[in-house]
Design a protein around this ligand. Structure first.
Ligand code: B12
Ligand code: SF4
Length: 437
């Protein structure tokens, strides 16, 4: 069969700061190709809807498979599914990915028949039995593990047992040089481990992976890295190097293979404190840029997020990262209950630290505990607004005032790290944004 894998278009602020390769879709595509099917992949972050239409008209895929990791992409995917159904009524349309997994039924209903099924969980595990059913007996589709249709649902999806089983089909991307992260340009992505053992209330990583934590082998990590041509690499693990031995094993493999790249990763403050020698080792190997989940500047909010770290630990981790000479970005979550004093406190604090500080709005995502427990009524179900830049819960300040404070604070933070020092980091991206306007 011919399967076209599709990644939707860019998210609002990602146009400026980063564009990352669709690693999950590349893994699904690799599984499909390995089973003998023909596969093409189009990434609408780097190509246009016109390119998509041209591709389905000329290549005539039997199956179109959309990746829906982000809620904000739901309306675009529904529109593209309807367009696909209108042009190619017999093509089977499916959607998988992180967010799709948590809103499967709603997505199917919203698409009004234009989406044949949603695949929950890890795509590598379910996509082959699904294609088998599509090819030989479409009535069996609803019985495949992880699959949801308007007529029924198969048993729960299984987790992938061995992360070393597949190499991402990186060669299927037509514009590999278009992926970047600030000045890490061009930039590829890689996964060393999957899942997270913590259980923060605002996060769906642990509910998606069932709180499991699985590691790939150091040899597979080395092999994948050696195949990457880009000089820069985004390590996509939710929390990098939870287990120090794993980080050391990969580092040794990188040294053995004499691989030299620059890396970006995301981790927790307590993990950095516990494994600081490991991070120092990685700094020597090329670790350049790190994101630390800080989330709040007071103990009460940290407890509410169930971060299981203290403010002191967060501050200590920042000092360690500074002493290692890493460029560090952090995020603070603005709650809709904030008034002017909360925004002022963030501005004041951010101006005293050298880190790049982002401010995002607390958003209950489907699949998070917050989605189930948040007692405030959502003010919108327009998923385009679920991009952590909009308030979808009632604000204490009048909404206009809340946005004024948010935008003002964000511009203070931007001015701070878009000063001369940070132009080094974001210069390429800022120029690119100005150029494309
Ligand atoms: C890269 C990334 C981004 C990039 C996105 C770039 C891009 N082009 O994708 C950027 C930085 C822009 C981003 C932004 C945000 N992200 Co983000 N991001 C990630 C990250 C770190 C890696 C994604 C990845 O490559 N994973 C590895 C691959 C192998 O997994 P995967 O993509 O999930 O694919 C698997 C399955 O989902 C499924 N699958 C995927 N596609 C398809 C398609 C088909 C057809 C099938 C069958 C299956 C399938 O099978 C794949 C293989 O198992 C994940 C964390 C993570 N480790 O996954 C968070 C993550 C996805 N992001 C998250 C969040 C919360 C956000 C933000 C809201 C805020 C934030 N914390 O940054 C924003 C804004 C999103 C929005 N506007 O809605 C959450 C969950 C998102 C949600 N519930 O909607 C995650 C899980 C991180 C976390 N721990 O909170 N993110
Ligand atoms: S926010 Fe980070 S530490 Fe917390 S559950 Fe999500 S991935 Fe794990």
């Amino acid at each position: 069969m011919r399967l076209l894998a599709v990644h939707p278009g860019p998210l609002m602020y990602t146009k400026i700061y980063l564009r990352l390769e669709p690693l999950g879709l590349e893994l699904v595509a690799a599984a499909v190709r390995q089973a003998g099917h023909q596969v093409q992949l189009i990434d609408l972050q780097a190509e246009t809807h016109k390119d998509y239409v041209r591709l389905i008209d000329h290549w005539q895929p039997d199956v179109v498979a959309f990746s829906c990791n982000y809620l904000a992409n739901v309306p675009e995917i529904v529109d593209l599914a309807k367009l696909t159904r209108a042009r190619r009524p017999d093509t089977f349309v499916l959607v998988g990915g992180h967010s799709a997994s948590f809103i499967a039924q709603e997505l199917l209903e919203h698409a009004g028949g234009a989406i044949d099924c949603v695949v929950k969980g890890e795509g590598e595990a379910s996509v082959l039995p699904l294609l088998e059913a599509v090819e030989h007996d479409r009535r069996a589709v609803a019985t495949v593990a992880g699959v949801v249709t308007l007529d029924g649902e198969g048993p729960p999806a299984r987790l992938v047992e061995n992360l070393d089983g597949l190499m991402p089909a990186r060669d299927l991307l037509r514009h590999r040089r278009r992926y970047f992260l600030g000045t890490l340009d061009p930039c590829a992505s890689i996964e060393f481990a999957r899942g997270c053992p913590w259980d923060c209330s605002f996060c769906s990583a642990w509910t998606f992976y069932g709180r499991s934590y699985r590691k790939g082998s150091a040899e597979a990590a080395g092999e994948d890295l050696a195949r990457i041509r880009e000089p820069n690499v985004f390590i996509v693990d939710d929390v990098a190097f939870i287990q120090a031995e794993h980080g050391y094993a990969i580092a040794r493999e990188i040294e053995r293979r004499r691989i030299r790249k620059q890396y970006y990763l995301e981790t927790r403050c307590d993990v950095l404190i516990k494994n600081q020698e490991l991070f120092a080792y990685w700094k020597r190997l090329g670790l350049f840029y790190m994101f630390l989940g800080i989330e709040a500047l007071d103990e009460e909010a940290l407890k509410a997020h169930r971060k299981r770290v203290t403010l002191n630990e967060n501050l200590r981790a920042l000092e360690i990262a500074r002493s290692l000479g890493l460029t560090v970005a952090i995020n603070i979550i603005a709650d809709p209950s904030w008034d002017e004093t909360h925004f002022a406190a963030v501005r004041d604090w951010a101006l005293t630290v050298p880190e790049v500080v982002h401010l995002t709005v607390a958003t209950p995502y489907p699949g998070t505990e917050l989605w189930l427990t948040e007692s405030r009524q959502l003010t919108s179900r327009d998923y385009r607004l679920f991009d952590v830049q909009h308030a979808v819960l009632p604000t204490k300040l009048p909404l206009k005032r809340f946005y004024e404070e948010l935008v003002n604070t964000q511009s203070v933070l931007n001015r701070k790290h878009l000063g001369w020092g940070a132009l080094r980091l974001y210069g390429g991206a800022a120029l690119r944004a100005a150029w494309t306007k």
